[in-house]
Write a protein that binds this ligand. Structure first.
Ligand SMILES: Nc1ncnc2c1ncn2[C@@H]1O[C@H](COP(=O)(O)OP(=O)(O)O)[C@@H](O)[C@H]1O
Ligand SMILES: [Mg+2]
Length: 327
């Protein structure tokens, strides 16, 4: 029997002053599962979770449903969302330096999260903050609690952010481009850390990245997003080995090779469409080497390719990693 999902999203859509940002996303997340969301900047990855947690400005119009267990989060009262944020669902962002408060010592900031989410104060809060610093791999934790954010490296600040996110013992951690600002070695360490914490605590993880390599390594399955829609969903391995949607293939071709110099091979030609001027059919058609006139006739429906795998494309391919976009 399948477990009840931890989070169940149905037809979530967001627009800002009538301009669509997210066009109907559905997703179930099981307890302890790692799900990746990948796509170029502006495709709706962040908006999905900001909408779910009630963190968008009031001009955002949100429809659809996000259920956390029995609780509906879309347009829920502020007080209800406050009880969810940090405690059941925590979110970390790309730039830890701007998310941490520069005028408070990092240990105090973790202690504040512990007070807020678990009612801990004084010595027990301090001890728990130290335990969390140890857990996220900050060396010499007892002393580092008294550091200021500017005294720590970017990687260590991101570990502090993760410690703060773990303070509320969330069931789900949404990590939004958590390693984009970090260099490659530190990036790998942070991803490993997130993965080991997820396994140890049976915490679900949503990893958001524009980098297919990052999500493929860390996640069980992946949603590929383009222009506010999911264009392919697949087990991570299968997607990485043989992406079916031409956009997913483009993302893969744009990855640097595993060996050799880590420079960008080729970006996908063209640009993400202007949300005000969406193509009539498939949003990717103007950039797609496979597109035909039929692609403009309507938005392609998502179709199952195999269990756990679907693609919204009239001409999906199962080609292995191939050089269509490269060079
Ligand atoms: N506060 C906002 N006001 C207006 N438009 C927004 C706002 N936040 C995001 N958007 C728009 O929503 C779309 C999706 O953005 P986002 O989810 O941030 O993309 P990403 O996939 O890079 O995380 C983009 O077109 C973006 O410009
Ligand atoms: Mg984003």
């Amino acid at each position: 029997m399948p477990m009840a999902p931890l989070v169940s999203i149905r037809d979530l859509a967001v627009d800002f002053d009538g301009v669509p940002a997210l066009r109907g996303l559905s997703l179930d997340i099981q307890p302890g599962e790692a799900v990746g969301m990948v796509g170029e900047s502006g495709c709706g990855k962040s908006v999905t979770w900001l909408a779910a947690l009630g963190l968008l400005p009031s001009k955002a119009r949100i429809s659809g449903s996000v259920r956390l267990g029995e609780q509906e989060l879309v347009n829920a009262p502020a007080a209800a969302l406050e009880r969810v944020r940090g405690r059941r669902v925590a979110m970390i962002f790309q730039d830890p330096a701007s998310a941490l408060n520069p005028v408070h010592r990092v240990g105090k900031q973790v202690e504040e999260a512990l007070r807020l989410h678990r009612g801990l104060r004084g010595a027990p809060a301090r001890a728990e903050a130290k335990r969390l610093f140890d857990l996220v791999g900050i060396p010499d934790a007892a002393r580092r609690l008294d550091a200021w954010p500017h005294e720590l490296s970017g990687g260590q600040n991101q570990r502090v952010m993760i410690a703060m996110a773990l303070a509320g013992q969330p069931d789900l951690l949404v990590a939004d481009e958590p390693t984009t600002a970090l260099d490659v070695t530190i990036q790998a360490q942070i991803l490993e850390l997130l993965d080991s914490i997820r396994r140890e605590q049976n915490m679900a993880l949503v990893l958001i990245s524009h980098d297919l390599g990052v999500v493929a390594e860390t996640c069980d399955r992946v949603l590929v997003m383009y222009a506010g829609r999911v264009v392919e969903r697949a087990p991570a391995r299968a997607l990485f080995d043989a992406p079916a949607h031409p956009y997913a293939r483009g993302l893969l071709a744009a990855l640097p090779p595993l060996e050799g110099p880590r420079e960008r091979l080729s970006a996908i030609p063209g640009q993400v469409p202007d949300p005000m001027r969406m193509p009539p059919g498939c949003a990717f058609a103007p950039r797609c080497p496979q597109a035909g006139p039929d692609c403009d006739a309507g938005v392609p429906q998502s179709r199952a390719l195999e269990p756990g795998r679907s693609v919204a494309c009239l001409r999906p391919a199962h080609a292995p990693r191939q050089p269509e976009y490269a060079m």
